[in-house]
Design a protein around this ligand. Sequence first.
Ligand code: GTP
Ligand code: MG
Length: 352
Amino acid sequence: MVVGESGLGKTTLINTLFASEICAPRNYRQRFAKQMDKTTEVEILKADLEERGFNIKLTVIDTPGFGDYVNNRDSWTPIVEFIDDQHESYMRQEQQPLRTDKQDLRVHACLYFIRPSGTSLKPLDVEVMKRLGSRVNLIPVVAKADTMTPEDLLAFKQRVREVIDAQGIKCYLPPVDVDDEQAAENARHMQSVMPFSVIGSIDDVTTTDGRVVKGRQYLWGVAEVENEDHCDFKKLRSLLIRTYMLDLITSTEETHYESYRLQQMETRKFGEPKVKKLDNPKFKEEEESLRKRFTEQVKLEEARFRQWEQHLIAERDRLNKDLEQAHSQIKALEGEIDNMAAYHRQGGTVRR
Ligand SMILES: Nc1nc2c(ncn2[C@@H]2O[C@H](COP(=O)(O)OP(=O)(O)OP(=O)(O)O)[C@@H](O)[C@H]2O)c(=O)[nH]1
Ligand SMILES: [Mg+2]
């Protein structure tokens, strides 16, 4: 599954993955080319790959990127719910008397795309990654590695790693096999490379030394997808469909599915339908804090209103006083006019 902000190259990377596979389905261009526009809904793509004589049925789940909205919550909740729903559906099938032929769309690996920027992870990234990391094998990916210099890229990756550690975000780490020195070395190397930087492209371009490769052409040369000096695409592909594919599957079963199952077992009886969101204890806390925030907000507004009311009353009193003053002035002026009129009637002259 690919997840992340809009326009970071998620769909392109899926295409690149298939384009770089010798045994990829021939019609991948027709099947994927149309999806290069903005992805607007969760899309499930299936492909058969052949890897060292084994057939692999691969399912890729492309998701719409988050937009630049003030409230991005709506854009990532469907993704988290999709992941939970797959666990739920699998669990229900396991509870049926006939358990062969189970439909299984549980997500084994979730690539989270990070915008290559001068800073680090955004608060939204942290929030989404936290939720994903507790549900699936989360693999952070730095998008569009060709837009950064190698030094900046290294520094950026380091900062991302620091935030991931500081925020306690759970990411997938290839297991270190204590019995196999070479495998252990490979796992440690993979761990040190994370987050993987990637370049996506399905275009064949010619390098300055005449090689035809998948890459992106620039005035200064070519950013190559499969060049390990340019990005970690090869390592990521190897992790996903070669070296750690099996571990991704077993750890999903043993860690993530198991924790979903346990959590559900604690909150509902066998065979009972999934608890509605608001009845679920997990959401009780959230609801409580929302209610608190709401009450505080109301109190604040009330205080503001009272202050405003006081102000209005004071203003009214002031205006009333003004009015009184104006009245007495009018009275005085009227008195003067009366006086003058009387004086005039008595035949006196009005001095100017
Ligand atoms: N420079 C650079 N551009 C890329 C790379 N990958 C994709 N792009 C470009 O980025 C744009 C968006 O790519 P998409 O693959 O549609 O992005 P997306 O993440 O699927 O976007 P949404 O579907 O909106 O979430 C396209 O113009 C791609 O050509 C990359 O590695 N480097
Ligand atoms: Mg897309």
